[in-house]
Design a protein around this ligand. Structure first.
Ligand code: EPZ
Length: 429
């Protein structure tokens, strides 16, 4: 297993480019299932989750050709309507093939993803929505089995604005008979990007990015080209990295408007943040002060940035209360940060972080994608070496992270291990 070793204490400086958003690319790739035309998607990050999605789509019958950050794909025939456990358990986002399979091919068999390091993560809202659209859904032997000769438009109100649930239902509704209205939907930029791609393919969707999406069903979708939006979480991670090292970094090729909750907190903590059209520059000339953070669905502070912000608060002046409201107990990074000398007390969904002047490098273990990113941020500021094991979690969502951070002056290197681990039961975010 590869390891990442960071020698902390280097001030980050310079420009860093953001890759395409993993969480936009995944549903966009899955949506190939909805029609027969050729689709070319660019700015697709070369990360393990994207490769897993490509593999899954191949099993289902799509042709997926990848060349650098460009993916050309097409699906003319169904080879299998089953998303097998072996793939779904390595990547929960596989569940986004459920809606498209059912809508175009009338049947879908998708393994239930099971538990996850960041919470129980049920998919009940995906299933209830599909049932409201006329599908028969059963769960047998660990698999979701859904059938519907043709889905019907429906009025659906989600109990919680689930991201992949919104994506699944929006994609399913594209080919349903009649109009579907989904209320209390997720408003994440990744939803808007998926909707934009579907509209290019001939879908009739209105309201993406608001609380309510209306989809008028069409017979089929055609091929189209699309460029995936920049990854706001990757961008936020680099801003946190710049801030913790007292650096001066310009994060390029991002959408500052997608980062507002993060940049507002960084400013409140005392960093100097300036935005231009496609970049955000952060300068931190003095020790930052503690700020309270509460995660919310977009446009609130993203749960996917909570670990990185917590790392920053570990060395800020004062005490910060970090509240996680999206996932129960997404604090798996806390014991690892404590190994690095952080002063954190967890009480349910709250973590109270009292800043210390110096973290100390330690051997730590990555436990999920964003927890690993938090450890990288902490390691950049820690005294001495931080050795992060189970780096495959990071590889699921960050493209060439050690290379990009090295470009800013970080002392970070990958030490190849004895072959890749079996990801099974380890990474599922
Ligand atoms: C997406 O996961 C992202 N994944 C996650 O990113 C992200 O953390 C999360 O949204 C929240 O922003 C992708 O986009 C591929 P949810 P998702 O359904 O869709 C509850 C990363 O690191 N819920 O919005 O699975 C659920 O338990 C990953 O890149 C139900 O109760 O998240 C959770 O508490 C990790 N029933 C809350 O909703 C359901 O049917 C939000 O989950 C569905 C969800």
């Amino acid at each position: 297993m590869d390891k990442i070793i960071i020698t902390g204490g280097r001030r980050l400086q310079g420009d860093i480019k953001v890759s395409g958003a993993k969480n936009a690319a995944l549903p966009i790739l899955a949506s190939v299932i909805l029609g027969g035309g050729e689709c070319t998607v660019t700015n697709v990050p070369r990360v393990v989750d994207v490769f897993t999605m490509g593999k899954l789509l191949g099993i289902l019958g799509a042709t997926v050709k990848t060349e650098g950050n460009r993916v050309v794909m097409k699906m003319d025939a169904l080879r299998s309507s089953e998303a097998p456990y072996d793939l779904v358990r390595t990547m929960r986002a596989s569940v986004v093939v459920l809606g498209p399979l059912l809508a175009r091919w009338g049947e879908a068999i998708v393994s239930l993803p099971g538990g996850c390091a960041i919470g129980s993560r049920p998919v009940n809202l995906h299933l209830a929505g599909l049932e409201q659209m006329g599908a028969t859904v059963t769960v047998e032997h660990g698999y979701i089995k859904a059938k519907a000769p043709r889905l019907k438009g429906a009025r659906i109100c989600l109990d919680f604005p689930t991201v992949t649930g919104t994506e699944n239902l929006m994609m399913a509704a594209c080919l349903a008979d009649g109009t579907t209205v989904i209320e209390n939907v997720a408003k994440e930029p990744e939803i808007v990007d998926l909707a934009a791609f579907l509209v290019k393919r001939g879908a009739r969707i209105a309201g993406a990015g608001t609380d309510m999406i209306t989809i008028e069903g069409v017979k089929e979708l055609r091929g189209a080209d699309h460029e995936v939006i920049p990854d706001r979480i990757e961008a936020g991670t680099y801003l946190a990295a710049a801030a913790i090292t007292g650096g001066d970094v310009c994060v390029k090729d991002c959408r500052p408007q997608h980062l507002e909750a993060v940049t507002a907190k960084l400013r409140e903590a005392g960093a100097e943040v300036t935005e231009s059209k496609e970049s955000v520059r952060l300068k931190a000339s003095k020790r930052l002060k503690s700020v309270d953070v509460k995660t919310y669905p977009y446009p609130g502070f993203a749960t996917d940035m909570q670990a990185q912000m917590m790392a920053l608060m570990c060395v800020a002046q004062g005490t910060s209360v970090i509240t996680e409201t999206v996932f129960e107990g997404r604090f798996i990074h806390v014991p690892e940060l404590q190994r690095m000398g952080a002063n954190i007390k967890v009480d349910g969904s709250h973590a109270v972080v009292t800043g210390t002047t110096q973290l100390s490098g330690a051997a730590v273990m990555a436990s999920d994608l964003r927890a690993s990113a938090g450890l990288v941020v902490a390691g950049l500021a820690a005294e001495g070496d931080t050795e992060i094991a189970r780096v495959y979690h990071l590889d699921r969502g960050y493209e060439r992270i050690e290379e990009k951070l090295s470009g800013l002056g970080a002392a970070i290197r990958r030490v190849p291990g004895m072959g890749q681990p079996n990801q099974i039961a380890k990474g599922r975010a």
